[in-house]
Design a binder for this molecule. Structure first.
Ligand code: MF3
Ligand code: CO
Ligand code: CO
Length: 249
């Protein structure tokens, strides 16, 4: 067990609620015709209005307040004047920094009516994340999380991205452990009460390989297939877990 984690949980809860609240606002405005820059502006303002900073803004030179990753973009898409159109899927990833603590969460939104395949991908990605969250308690292993996600995803014929993973989080944005979204039960680091980390599977319709575009950030699927992602920040308790980034709605 990690000692005296109550304050860490309280602070992460408060940051997490703000990040989730920003995504609730995004949900209200995402529709065909909106630009990803407009989503970014909304996130910036929401965080600001709630006494938080955007952790991504200027993080290792990242230029915006959230990541907007559409269609074949796996993660770290940079908001721009790109207009979203009906049939697109877009992940919006928000990390609030409040009183020195981080809350990190993302959701994939469907723009207008999307294809049955895209719907299935988005739904499966969400299910995989939730299935993995539900097994969390002290003394499970990182590999238990990975296998739970991989098994669910591959049963649908989709693939798990291996180049990016979930991460420990707290006063640092990214820290140990690496939370792989694939793997084998009974392997990897043992999870302890009081740990805080994200689970954020990126799932591809085609193959799992990714590459980074010339902007140095945007990760895309090599085969240009669609990719979806969801993310929650989780705290480990003795017999269970707490999701810090649940929507209040
Ligand atoms: N929020 C992302 C994560 O889930 C990290 C974004 S870092 C940025 O870890 F610099 F790209 F914004
Ligand atoms: Co994260
Ligand atoms: Co994130």
């Amino acid at each position: 067990m990690i000692k005296n984690y109550k304050e860490a949980f309280e602070k992460t809860r408060s940051a997490g609620l703000i990040a989730a609240g920003a995504l609730d606002e995004v949900a209200k405005i995402v529709r065909p015709g909106i630009s990803t820059e407009e989503i970014d502006r909304l996130c910036y303002e929401y965080l600001n209005d709630h006494g938080a900073y955007s952790a991504p803004l200027f993080y290792r030179g990242f230029p915006k307040s959230c990541c907007t990753s559409a269609n074949h973009v796996v993660c770290h898409g940079i908001p721009s004047n790109k207009i979203l159109k009906g049939g697109d899927i877009v992940n919006v990833d928000v990390t609030a920094l409040k009183e020195g603590w981080h809350g990190d969460t993302s959701r994939t939104f469907e723009i207008g009516e999307v294809s049955i395949k895209a719907k299935k991908l988005v739904q499966t990605t969400y299910e995989a994340m939730m299935k993995a969250i539900k097994i969390i308690k002290e003394d499970i292993r990182i590999g238990d999380i990975g296998e739970t996600i991989q098994t669910h995803v591959e049963a649908q014929g989709f693939s798990v991205v291996q180049d990016f993973c979930g991460h420990g989080i707290g006063q640092q944005f990214h820290k140990d452990p690496n939370v792989l979204h694939y793997g084998k039960k009974g392997t990897g680091e043992i999870i302890k009460e009081g740990m805080i980390f994200t689970i954020e599977p990126m799932i591809n319709l085609g193959k799992f390989e990714t590459k980074i575009l010339n902007d140095g950030w945007t990760a895309v699927t090599k085969d240009k297939s669609l990719s979806a992602q969801f993310e929650h920040t989780i705290g480990v308790t003795k017999d269970s877990y707490e999701i810090f980034t649940l929507s209040k709605n």
